[in-house]
Design a protein. Structure first.
Length: 183
């Protein structure tokens, strides 16, 4: 699953095919190409297995909608704009990480790519679902409960999305700091 290829910060991501030429690689226009919901993607399969995967795919779908296909073709010519978006994500990542650290949140999963940070909030909660609901209700900050990603241990984790407006993110970090000081 290389859905986030193109959205890395410190070094480019390596394609699994460079490590194992028999790998099955799945990618999409959803993330780097900013086409979430358009349902256009691709799969690279080992030579000689194409017919098997084609038969399986025919059972799952017919084709992506025509407008989605045209949109994907147009997106291929937007590298400069898309790379600028990734630089915006990188700047926002810095805002978020600095904001979380200023709040005393230091245990954060590596944020080498994508546009999410997964942080340990065990100092404040063991029930991230209730915590994020209260956070939204009391501050307007929308975050995702860790239990959505790790049902067993996710209760102490919160995931933040940082692809939006930088000023809004700065405001959210200020509100988070105020909220956490009251806990």
């Amino acid at each position: 699953d290389e859905i986030y290829h193109g959205i890395t910060y410190d070094q480019p991501a390596t394609c699994l095919l460079n490590i194992n030429p028999d790998a099955i690689v799945i990618n999409s226009f959803s993330k780097y190409y900013c086409m979430t919901g358009w349902r256009v993607g691709w799969m690279v399969v080992p030579e000689g297995t194409e017919a098997t995967f084609e038969a399986m795919a025919q059972s799952l779908q017919i084709a992506a909608p025509t407008p989605s296909q045209y949109g994907a073709l147009a997106a291929l010519d937007c590298r400069a704009e898309l790379d600028a978006r990734v630089r915006q994500y990188q700047d926002n990542r810095s805002i978020l990480l600095q904001g979380l650290q200023a709040c005393g949140i230091e245990q954060i999963a590596p944020v080498d790519g994508a546009m999410y940070a997964y942080a340990d909030f065990s100092r404040y909660t063991s029930d991230s679902l209730t915590f994020t609901r209260k956070l939204l209700a009391q501050t307007g900050i929308a975050a995702t409960a860790g239990v959505d990603f790790a049902p067993q241990n996710g209760g102490k984790f919160v995931r933040f999305f940082y692809a939006g407006d930088a000023e809004m993110l700065k405001t959210a970090m200020e509100k988070l700091d105020t909220y956490l000081r009251q806990q």
